[in-house]
Design a protein around this ligand. Structure first.
Ligand SMILES: *Cc1c(COP(=O)(O)O)cnc(C)c1O
Length: 400
């Protein structure tokens, strides 16, 4: 079957909840993917940063297949021999005492919300069912009903109410607004250190540090959603590190499995995660031996291959080179490490046509929010590959 035939079947039988580029991928290796017609592309999206380690990383593949031959699922009704080692290794790598594994990012976000509410009632003394959370405009934390309850994006919300109460939205990047929104019932502030889905929006320098201080002063938890920015993407293990802070709770997902299998986790202190008692929260697949084995291997690759350092080095070079392209369409280039957004001027007629032109020339990138092209290749990318891609990107950004 060719590209056209696959697309026809997909459009006929599948819900149209995405607007994908018309490329049908059948194989991936490292930074490259191949379509059903045999054409090769550089992947500059990395499945929204789930593929920091690159496609089908051999070490993760080995861990996954070896574990799949032994035992894949025990449920948490029984213990398994992978989960304890996952807990220990992610704690040693991140400096958080404890973690709680889930599957998708949205589930980990929901887990963090439940944790913050429980802490508010059990520790802070907020009257039961009156806890509030503060979130930022432009946020993206997933797609469940509670999570879209605090989205400010009409297409994520319209027609999906009624919504979960207890959330306050303030302007992203404005620390004072958070201070003003805090009440005695505030349990937590949850933010993305860089807003990926909003178009790689980098907040003003010092913002996260100020928010952390405001939270501390007011006895409010600070939750960082690092599902997209974490695990090396921005050139630090966590983007929060740029401001020298350690949030009370950090949420990870996406690259935690190197793209093999959905694995997410909530990282926090023993004081916080210790609040969950048996039966109060759970997941059938969360913390399965397969998930734990895959995540252990995925974390090991980040460590062993110095992906954090490489993201910092390659990201700096990539961003610098993108900034030098004298395109009439580009307003600015922003981001950190290998999470880069090329923001187009309104008169550029949208990012989609540039992404389609890049696709024709062998580079896969995706528009985010109409006017931004996101460049987020796997963190294993080498300078030679960027030097191959840059003239192509230049040619596309220079088109009329
Ligand atoms: C992708 C993402 C999520 C949701 O993760 P899913 O695995 O798609 O549920 C949450 N927060 C951020 C910042 C993300 O980028």
């Amino acid at each position: 079957m060719n590209t056209r035939e696959f697309i026809e079947i997909e459009e006929k039988y599948g819900a149209h909840n995405y607007h994908p580029l018309d490329v049908v991928i059948e194989r991936g290796e490292g930074v490259w993917v191949y379509d059903v017609d045999g054409k090769k592309y550089l992947d500059c999206l990395s499945a929204y940063s789930a593929l920091n380690q690159g496609h089908v990383h051999p070490a993760i593949l080995e861990a996954m297949t070896e574990q799949a031959k032994k035992v894949t699922l025990t449920s948490r009704a029984f213990r398994n021999d992978q989960l304890p080692l996952f807990y220990k290794e992610i704690s040693e790598m991140t400096g958080y005492e404890m973690s709680l594994p889930m599957n998708s990012g949205a589930e980990a976000v929901e887990t963090a919300l439940k944790l913050a509410r429980k802490w508010a009632y059990q520790v802070k003394g907020v009257p039961r069912h009156e806890a509030e959370m503060i979130l930022a405009s432009g946020n993206f934390h997933g797609r469940t009903v509670s999570i879209i309850s605090f989205s400010t994006e009409p297409s994520y919300r319209d027609d999906f109410g009624p919504f979960t109460p207890g959330f306050k939205i303030v302007e992203y990047g404005d620390a004072k607004a958070i201070e003003h929104a805090i009440t005695p019932n505030t349990a937590a502030v949850m933010l993305e250190p860089i807003q990926g889905e909003a178009g790689v929006v980098v907040p003003p320098e010092g913002y996260l540090k100020q928010v952390a201080e405001i939270c501390k002063k007011n006895n409010v938890l600070f939750i960082a959603d690092e599902i997209q920015t974490g695990l090396g993407r921005t050139g630090r293990l966590f983007a929060s590190e740029y401001e020298g802070i350690k949030p009370d709770v950090t949420i990870v997902g996406k690259a935690l499995s190197g793209g093999f299998y959905p694995v997410s986790a909530v990282l926090a202190s023993k004081e916080l995660l210790g609040l969950f008692n048996p039966g109060e929260h759970g997941s059938t697949f969360g913390g399965s031996p397969l998930a734990a084995a895959v995540a252990r291997a995925a974390l090991k690759v980040i460590r062993d291959e110095n992906l954090v350092e490489n993201a910092a080095k390659m990201g700096e070079y990539f961003k610098e080179q993108l900034e030098e392209i004298p395109s009439p369409h580009v307003k600015l280039v922003r981001g950190k490490g290998l999470l880069i957004g090329v923001v187009l001027k309104p008169e550029a007629r949208g990012a989609r046509r540039f992404c389609e032109a890049l696709q024709q020339k062998g580079i896969l990138a995706k528009e985010t929010h109409e006017h931004v092209i996101r460049f987020a290749p796997p963190l294993i990318i080498q300078k030679e590959t960027l030097d191959w891609a840059l003239p192509i990107i230049r040619e596309v950004l220079m088109m009329p």
